[in-house]
Design a protein around this ligand. Sequence first.
Ligand SMILES: [Zn+2]
Length: 60
Amino acid sequence: MTIPCRHCGEEFDPDNLPNDAAVEAGMILAVERYDDAGKVCGNCLASRGRLAMMYDLSCH
Ligand SMILES: [Zn+2]
C-alpha cells in the first residue's frame, strides 16, 4: 500500500523504504524531532538525513 509523502506529495510505501544510512538518519529525525515517521518518503528522509549527518554531528 502506498501513501502520499507529507513533504513532497510523491506516492511511496512506508513499509518498503530504501535500506540506506541517510534514510535511517532521516527516520530517526522523523521520530525524535519532526514527529512524522511513516508519512515521509525515502527521498525526503534521505535528504533530511544527509543534511543532519553533515550539520548535526550529535546524530552519530
Ligand atoms: Zn517525499
